[in-house]
Each structure stands twice: as structure tokens, then as C-alpha cells.
Design a protein around this ligand. Structure first.
Ligand code: NAD
Length: 512
């Protein structure tokens, strides 16, 4: 009952109290007719809300609104677009506590992580505001006299954002707030597991947009991946699809969008490894490994799934890890003493249990955890430590649950080779105080991932650096550096201010 009251309070303060009637806030389609989706709290399996999905006609209305708005939005100077994003950042600051709590309720991550996710949205809003005055093109020296050559960046169109359940709001903001300052409009299809947080974010945006006369810059389509998601992949009005999710989904997105020569940003599965050298600060490593492996119940794309320990330190580290794992409080993610909430649903629990079975069958040994704790209601599991070898096939797969495979190595070169011997390439880390080891890991023969950390875990990336990974992780980059360029079209301009027509490469072409 206490939890129910909290839910109602949060929904009310976020302006979602009438979400069941499909008529909350401004800018909503009155009665979407695509059927009903129930949002569940994975901690107790209670229904948080019933949400109406978009029908085909609703989808059309949304994409048409985004297309129409784009024609005008692209004409608004980028710093003025930045001002709208600044106001969205302010609105997110105001609603941080409630939105963070709703993320915890609907997704199951602990409250500090729910709040951290909203903070990440605020950080990217700030970043995007600054970026709105820095969408720079280069100028080049022309080989032809009295010619000027430079490049400029124009808005692209509609950016379609397909997001995963585990970062139900932050990943949208990484894309949407950058796309918006770039002059694009955004159509968002969130995970069917987390529609309510998406509605809350849309509601916050709707108020800011309507206050400024810019309805249609951010839009939302709730629906199944196989229905609403597929429509976006095939829709030529959406030149860019930014998709976050499993590798399986990414292959499908790449194939369908690629077939129409659309652009994609793919942020897919990870299988992140940490190498602990014999000279490392083991206290530091232990803290980072436990947070990275157990945080968000192992449901981060950057979760540590593989741990490589130098043989001489392995027995002691394993004992310390077992001790740390036994102290992890599992339970209601809103409880301040809890460090690990539930998995998202029963299928995730089943996947984890099947994964542990396979690990045993392939010769692995479960050192601790891996059971179901005696907590009523939710999809709770105990995080598992599994002694393994790099050649076990299961070690090369991403199981989206808190399973940490522990392996031993003799040389750094052997550890790096095993580290890279998986299909995914998102995040990686090495703990060492030896400059040679660190630089080897950072060199061209070192980690093959998009993200490398020295003396820090694989998760917890900050806004400002480009986030994303190689190989089956999809190659996309978001949230920093020059990743904004994916949301714009580049134009190379050459201006001849001479009285002649010199041709490049010295080609002579005379009409007599
Ligand atoms: P998922 O692949 O099941 O779903 C992701 C999204 O894709 C959902 O919105 C879903 O509805 C949609 N979708 C599914 N099939 C589709 C289709 N045919 N067409 C269009 N859309 C479709 O993933 P999930 O279970 O929600 O999330 C977990 C996965 O996401 C993990 O593999 C995790 O590593 C990955 N992830 C990656 C990153 C990253 O930045 N690399 C970040 C978060 C999550």
C-alpha cells in the first residue's frame, strides 16, 4: 500500500494521474487505438499503469506532425533551438526526484541509479545547449586561385529513436536533445517494458514545447518493436534510426534501414571485460568490479561480465569478491539500504538460470549466488560468480543478468587476447599501476572496444565522451565528442570569386 501511495504521488506530480484515460497533459492523441500495454513494477509485479498503444493511424498522425514541424524547426537558428532544450533541462531538474523514482519503479534499478539516469538527461541538455553554438564546419584551402572551400552542416530530418528498457529515459535524451539542437525532430519508440517513464518524459517536453509554440519537435509512439518499431525502420520519412538494444534487434535494424539507404546509429549488446594485473590496487579494483557487475542487477550494456585475474592474485581476489557478494542487499529498489533490485521480467530470470545451467554443463563452477532469494513478489535473483575459462562458448554471449565469469591468466598478452575474443566490443577496463601494461591495453594491439578505462570500471560513462562500441555492438557513437554529426547532413561548398574557371587537378577544357 505504501508503494502504491508512492506510485500515485509520483504519477500525480508528473501530471500522469489520468494516464489510464489516455488524455493526460497537452499535445496527446485523445484515444490511441492500438490496443493496451500494461506497465508492471518488476519489484512486486503490480500493474503501474495501462497504456494505450499507437494504431497505424496514430503512427501516421505522429510522423506527419514531426515532418510538418521539421519544415519550420530547421529554420530556427540553432542557438534558439538550444534555448528550448535549456528549458527542457530546467524542467527535468524540477522533476528529477519524481522521474528518478518512476524509473526505479518501472525498470527496477535502485533509486540512486534512477536519479543518476535523470541527472544524465540534465547533463546532456546542458551539453546540447553549448553545442547549439558550436555546430562547426571546417574551411579548406582550395587548390584553385580565388576560390573558397568550406563545409556546413544542415539539419537532417526526423531522427527515429528506438530505446531499450534498461535506460528507459537517458538514452532517449542522448539522441533527442542533440538531434533537436541540430534542427531535427524526433519520433521515439520506447521499450514496451517501460512505456510509463517515456510518457512522463514526453509530458514534461510537451509542456515546454507548447509554452514555446513548438509542439511536434519531440513525439512519442508507444507500440511493440515488431509493429511500431518495424514501421519506423521502413519509413522513408525517417532518414536516421538510432536504435539501442540487443544485437539481434540491431541486425534487423541495419538490414531494413540499410536496404533503403537510411542511416543508423546502433548501440547494441556488450560483453565487457576487466583485466586485473598483479600490480593493481586491489581495493580499488574490488569496488569497481562489484559495482560494475552487480549495479542495475547486471542489466547495463556496460555491465562487467568477464573478469581476468592475474594468477598470483586470483585466489585472494576471488575470496574478497565472494565476501562482497554475500553482503549485497537485494530487494525493493526504493529502499535506501538495497544495492540490487530485480530483473525486468520472468523471461530475464529464466535466461539467467538457463545461462548458469549451461555454464555448469560447459565446465564452469558457480562459486557463489545464482539462486532466487526468498523475497516475495518480484523478479529477484542473487548475483552469481562463476569460475570459467575463456574458451567456454557461454562466456562469449551476453546474458542480461548479474553473472560474472572469473578467469585466470599468466601474461598480460594472453589476457588481452582472451579479452578481445568475443563478438561484442563495447567497454573494457584494466587495473594496473604499471605504465607498460596500461599503454599496451590502450595501444592498437590492446582493447578492441569503443570504450577503455584504466583503473576504473566499464560502466558509468559521462556525457562529453562519445559512447558506443565496435563489432556486434554496432559501431554507433552518442552523447559526446563529434557524435552530433550523425544527426546532420554535411555539405561541402566551393565558391569561385575569380573571373576565370580553373578546374581542379589542372584539367584544361577549352571551347574554341
Ligand atoms: P531489445 O532488443 O529486446 O529491444 C530494444 C528496443 O528495440 C525495444 O524498444 C524494442 O521494442 C525494439 N525492437 C525490437 N525488435 C524490433 C524490430 N524488429 N524493429 C524495431 N524495433 C524493435 O533490447 P532490451 O531487452 O530492451 O535491452 C537490452 C539490450 O540492449 C542488451 O543487449 C543491452 O546490452 C542493449 N543495450 C545497449 C546499449 C548501448 O548503448 N550499447 C544501451 C542499453 C542497452
Amino acid at each position: 500500500m505504501l508503494v502504491q501511495n508512492t506510485v500515485h504521488g509520483v504519477l500525480e506530480r508528473l501530471g500522469l494521474e489520468s494516464v489510464n484515460s489516455g488524455a493526460c497533459g497537452t499535445g496527446w492523441i485523445e484515444s490511441p487505438s492500438g490496443g493496451e500495454l500494461v506497465s508492471y513494477n518488476p519489484s512486486n509485479r503490480d500493474a503501474l499503469a495501462r497504456v494505450r498503444m499507437a494504431s497505424e493511424a496514430d503512427y501516421e498522425a505522429v510522423v506527419s506532425a514531426a515532418s510538418e514541424t521539421f519544415q519550420r524547426w530547421r529554420l530556427l537558428p540553432a542557438p534558439k533551438r538550444g534555448e528550448i532544450v535549456r528549458q527542457i533541462g530546467e524542467a527535468l531538474r524540477m522533476h528529477k526526484a519524481d522521474l528518478g523514482a518512476l524509473v526505479s519503479m518501472e525498470m527496477g534499478k535502485i533509486l540512486p541509479e534512477g536519479l543518476g539516469e535523470v541527472q544524465e538527461m540534465i547533463d546532456i541538455a546542458d551539453y546540447a545547449v553549448g553545442l547549439s553554438r558550436q555546430l562547426y564546419g571546417l574551411s579548406m584551402h582550395s587548390e584553385r586561385p580565388e576560390h573558397r572551400m568550406y563545409e556546413q552542416w544542415h539539419p537532417l530530418g526526423i531522427a527515429g529513436v528506438i530505446s531499450a528498457f534498461n535506460f528507459p529515459v537517458a538514452v532517449w535524451s542522448w539522441n533527442a536533445l542533440i538531434a533537436a539542437v541540430c534542427g531535427d525532430c524526433v519520433v521515439w519508440k520506447p521499450s514496451s517494458e517501460t512505456p510509463l517513464t517515456a510518457i512522463a518524459v514526453q509530458n514534461i517536453c510537451n509542456h515546454v514545447l507548447s509554452r514555446n509554440g513548438w509542439e511536434g519537435v519531440f513525439t512519442l509512439v508507444i507500440g511493440r518493436g515488431s509493429v511500431a518499431g518495424e514501421k519506423m525502420l521502413h519509413d522513408k520519412r525517417i532518414p536516421l534510426v538510432s536504435a539501442t538494444g540487443s544485437c539481434r534487434m540491431g541486425y534487423r535494424v541495419a538490414e531494413v534501414v540499410g536496404r533503403r539507404l537510411g542511416r543508423t546509429i546502433l548501440e547494441l549488446g556488450g560483453n565487457n571485460g576487466v583485466i586485473v594485473a598483479g600490480d593493481a590496487d586491489l581495493d580499488l579494483a574490488l569496488r569497481a568490479i562489484v559495482f560494475g557487475a552487480v549495479g542495475t542487477a547486471g542489466q547495463r550494456c556496460t555491465t562487467i561480465r568477464r573478469l581476468f585475474l592475474h594468477k598470483p592474485i586470483a585466489p585472494k581476489m576471488i575470496e574478497r569478491l565472494k565476501s562482497a557478494y554475500s553482503q549485497i542487499r537485494i530487494g525493493d529498489p526504493l529502499d535506501a539500504h538495497v544495492l540490487m533490485g530485480p530483473l525486468i521480467n520472468q523471461a530475464a530470470v529464466d535466461d539467467m538460470m538457463a545461462g548458469l545451467e549451461r555454464a555448469r554443463a560447459e565446465g564452469g563452477e558457480v562459486l557463489c549466488g545464482g539462486g532466487k532469494p526468498a523475497i516475495q513478489g518480484g523478479f529477484f535473483v542473487e548475483p552469481a560468480l562463476v569460475k570459467a575459462t575463456p574458451s567456454m562458448p557461454i562466456v562469449k554471449e551476453e546474458i542480461f543478468a548479474p553473472i560474472l565469469y572469473v578467469m585466470e591468466f599468466d601474461t598480460i598478452e594472453e589476457a588481452i587476447a582472451a579479452h578481445n575474443d568475443v563478438p561484442q566490443g563495447l567497454s573494457s577496463a584494466m587495473f594496473t599501476n604499471n605504465l607498460r601494461h596500461a599503454e599496451t591495453f590502450l595501444s592498437v594491439t590492446g582493447s578492441d572496444c569503443g570504450i577503455v578505462n584504466i583503473n576504473g570500471g566499464t560502466s558509468g560513462a559521462e556525457i562529453g565522451g562519445a559512447f558506443g562500441g565496435e563489432k556486434e555492438t554496432g559501431g554507433g557513437r552518442e552523447a559526446g565528442s563529434d557524435s552530433w554529426k550523425a544527426y546532420m547532413r554535411r555539405q561541402t561548398v566551393t565558391i569561385n570569386f575569380s573571373h576565370d574557371l580553373p578546374l581542379a587537378q589542372g584539367i584544361e577544357f577549352h571551347l574554341d
